[in-house]
Each structure stands twice: as structure tokens, then as C-alpha cells.
Write a protein that binds this ligand. Structure first.
Ligand code: E4P
Length: 310
């Protein structure tokens, strides 16, 4: 868990400079007390989960990915398209994040344009990295180029599969509207690789994975702050803290959408670190308003009201 003195001091200023999450409708007397609260999105492609969360006012956006679509029953591109369109229409005007699945530049742009046509609320998820190791000949800049091209075309993007602040910086620089650090996956990975070694010749960065992708050049993994300091299971939330600091240093308005959450404690940690948005699986959202002492307190209060009904 981040200690209060580790928290980036510019978070409040940053949040008030971004669009309101809970605006007070015109003519309403009671102003919403949390206009700049973090956005909470549903991390799901299943309408059976999305509908009740939206109707209860718990979520104001939805993130999907190919794995979630497969889990929701999509067994073809056509079926996946149908599900994505249904979610986009249901959630409008709230944002819905739909991911590109192609890896070749022109196909990615065409797919992004096709998905964006589902509605004005659609944001295109573009994997920021991973291309070089996927296929020989693919450039390490593929994701960055696509994000920049979509920015040129006024299409909103989210850089996904972000695991270090270098990716977060370059995606923002290319014009990404949002970036998506995968804190759960990073924390799981760090926990598994408990003995990071210094990269020769680069004392600022630590490697936790020695596989050098096709293309030859070395790559950074994470800074010591994320990879080594504190508890290894805190790596994800430390990454968010590091990105918030960098974005605040340069007044970067790209929104930080924390993803890949494993439990409700991580939701609280993201709030401490200053994530702009947190996308949460439905099963975790179910528990965010509970505490064992609330259970005991409710039981006692309800038992005591019995006396009123005598
Ligand atoms: C959301 O946008 C991400 O794709 C998702 O949170 C990834 O979660 P996972 O690491 O549990 O697959």
C-alpha cells in the first residue's frame, strides 16, 4: 500500500482539470459532492453483468477485450461485433472501450474506423506494445503509430497492455486519450519473479524478463521504484503512482484507466494513487460497499427495530 507521503501532490489539481465524472444537472439544487471522483467502469463484455451495474448507477463506462468477449460467448468475429455494438448502444453516451485485433497497420486502422462507427461513445483500445515478439518484421512502434494516426483522424484511443511508465509516456505523446496500466497482471508477474537483476549498462532500469524480442535491441521493464521498492505485490499500484507523477510533471491530460484488478483492496489503492478511472470486474464490484463490521452492525440495528413493530 502506498504511504500518504508517497502520494503525488498534484492529483487534486489534475482531477479538477479533467471532465467531471458526476456533473450536477442544470436546475438541481443539491450539488453533487463528488464531481471529480474517479470514474468506475465495468470490466466485462457480458450484458448480464453490465445492465444491472449501469442501471444501479455503479458504472459509467465499460471496458472489453477479446478474452472478455470470448468469455461472454463470442465464437466468431461477427458474434464479437454484435456484442460490442450492443454494449456501445446500451451504454451511450457513456464510454465503451473496444479493442483492435489486427496487427497489420492498414488493417488496424480499418478495424478501428469500423468499431468507432458503432457510436460516438466508442474508444479504440490499441495495444501499445507486444508487436515485435508477436511477429518478426513488426515494428516496436506499431502501437504508437496507430494511436497517432487515430489521433490525426479525431478518433479517441486507449493504449492498452501498459506495464511501465515508458509506454505510458510515449502513448500520451502520440495522442492517446487514455492509457491502461494492468496493475493486477504486473503485480502477479513481480510476485512470481522475486529476484530482478540490473540490466547491464542501464542502472536505472531493472529487467524482470530477459527475453529480448525480435529486432535485437534491449528493452526496459520497470524502474526500481516499481520493481523493487516495498512489497512486490504493490508493483501495480506503484506503477500508477509513477505514471501520475510523470503526467503531473508535464500537465499531460491523458486519463489513467487502471485495469486488471484482482480484488477490492486494489480498487482502494488505485484511489489513493490517483487513477482517473478504475475498471473493475462485476464480482469485485459486488463487494466494494461491504465490511464485516457493517454486517454485524446491520444485524444489530435490524434486530433492535423489532421492538418498534410490537
Ligand atoms: C481491461 O481493459 C483489461 O483488458 C482487463 O482489465 C485485463 O484484465 P486481466 O488481467 O484480468 O485479464
Amino acid at each position: 500500500m502506498l504511504r500518504p507521503w508517497e502520494i503525488s501532490p498534484g492529483i487534486r489539481k489534475r482531477r479538477t482539470g479533467l471532465p467531471e465524472t458526476n456533473p450536477t444537472p442544470k436546475g438541481k439544487k443539491l450539488r453533487h459532492p463528488a464531481p471529480h471522483a474517479a470514474g468506475i467502469f465495468g470490466d466485462s463484455a457480458d450484458m448480464r453483468e453490465i445492465r444491472p451495474l449501469k442501471e444501479a448507477g455503479i458504472i459509467n463506462g465499460v471496458t472489453t477485450n477479446p478474452t472478455l468477449l470470448k468469455r461472454a460467448g463470442a465464437d466468431s468475429r461477427k458474434a464479437a461485433g454484435r456484442i460490442m455494438r450492443e454494449i456501445a448502444e446500451f451504454m451511450a453516451p457513456d464510454p465503451v472501450f473496444l479493442e483492435t485485433t489486427e496487427t497489420e497497420r492498414s488493417k488496424m486502422i480499418a478495424e478501428a474506423a469500423q468499431l468507432a462507427a458503432f457510436g460516438d461513445n466508442v474508444v479504440i483500445k490499441v495495444p501499445v506494445g507486444g508487436y515485435r515478439s508477436l511477429q518478426e518484421g513488426l515494428s516496436g512502434f506499431t502501437g504508437i503509430e496507430i494511436i497517432h494516426e487515430l489521433w490525426n483522424r479525431d478518433i479517441k484511443t486507449l493504449a492498452t497492455l501498459v506495464f511501465n511508465s515508458s509506454q505510458a509516456f510515449w502513448a500520451a505523446n502520440a495522442g492517446a486519450t487514455y492509457i491502461c496500466p494492468f496493475l493486477g497482471r504486473l503485480a502477479d508477474h513481480m510476485y512470481k519473479h522475486d529476484h530482478p537483476e540490473r540490466t547491464p549498462g542501464n542502472s536505472l532500469y531493472f529487467m524482470v524478463d530477459h527475453k529480448v524480442p525480435a529486432g535485437g535491441t534491449d528493452r526496459v521493464e520497470n524502474t526500481p521504484y516499481v520493481a523493487v521498492d516495498g512489497e512486490r505485490k504493490d508493483a501495480g499500484v506503484r506503477l500508477i503512482n509513477e505514471i501520475v507523477t510523470i503526467y503531473n510533471n508535464y500537465g499531460i491530460e491523458t486519463e489513467i484507466l487502471a485495469a486488471s484488478l484482482r480484488n477490492a483492496v486494489q480498487v482502494m489503492e488505485c484511489l489513493v494513487a490517483g487513477a482517473d478511472i478504475i475498471t473493475v470486474p462485476a464480482n469485485i464490484l459486488m463487494g466494494v460497499a461491504d465490511h464485516s463490521l457493517s454486517d454485524a452492525g446491520m444485524e444489530a440495528f435490524i434486530a433492535d427495530t423489532k421492538v418498534f413493530d410490537k
